[in-house]
Design a protein around this ligand. Sequence first.
Ligand code: G6P
Ligand code: MG
Length: 219
Amino acid sequence: MDIEAVIFDLDGVLVHTDHHHYLAWKRMCDEEGIPFDEAINDRLRGISRMACVNIVLEKASRRYSQQEKMHLAERKNGYYKEKLQSLSAADLPSGIVETLDTLREKRIKLAVGSSSKNAPYILERLGLSRKFDVVADGNDICRSKPDPEVFLLAASKLGVRPDRCLVIEDAAAGVEAAFRGGMWVAAIGEACVCDMADYQIGQIEELLPILQANGSVAH
Ligand code: G6P
Ligand code: MG
C-alpha cells in the first residue's frame, strides 16, 4: 500500500455539519408532518439533496409531485444554510487542521470529495479552502455516492491513481463509493459498521499512524 493522496469527505468528517443537515430535515419534516429521526438521517449521509428527499418521503402519508419535491429540497437547503451562517473555524473538530498540515508537510496530496453543493461555501467559512489541492463536490458530478464519480474526479484532478488514494468517510454510501472506485478507505463514526472499509478510526488523529504504519509517510 503506497498512499499518495488522502481524499476527505466533508460533512461528518472534516466538520459536524451532519448535525446541521439533521436539524434542517427535522424542521422541514415536523412542518410537513412526516416522521423523521436519527436512523433516517443516517441513510442520508453522502446522498445528494434530491435523492434524500425521496428517502425522507418514504414515511409521508401522501404522494408528492416532482415539483413539490423540488420545493422541499429548496426549503430544506434554506434551513440548512441558515445554520451554516454561524459556522466558523471554531467548529472544526480537534486534530483536523493539525492532521492536514502534517500530511502536507509529508508531501501527501489532499482533496475533498463531497456530494454537497454547499461544500465550497462551508470550506471557505471554516478557513479550509486553501488547505486542499483540489475539491470535487456536488456541483461537479451527475451521480452521488455510492457511485464513485466524486472520488474518481478528485483523484483525476490530483493526477493520482485511484489505488494510491485513501478516502476518509462517515457514510456507508461513501465507503461503498471509495471501494467501487478502487481506493483504500478508512471509515469514521457511523460508517465503522461498514465491512467494505479497510480501516475503522474513532477520530482523525488515528489517520497519521495508519499512514506511518504502512510506510506511506515517514515517522
Ligand atoms: C453530503 C451529506 C448529505 C447531503 C449531501 C448533499 O454528502 O452527507 O447528507 O444530502 O451532502 O448536500 P447539499 O449541501 O448539497 O444539500
Ligand atoms: Mg459525510
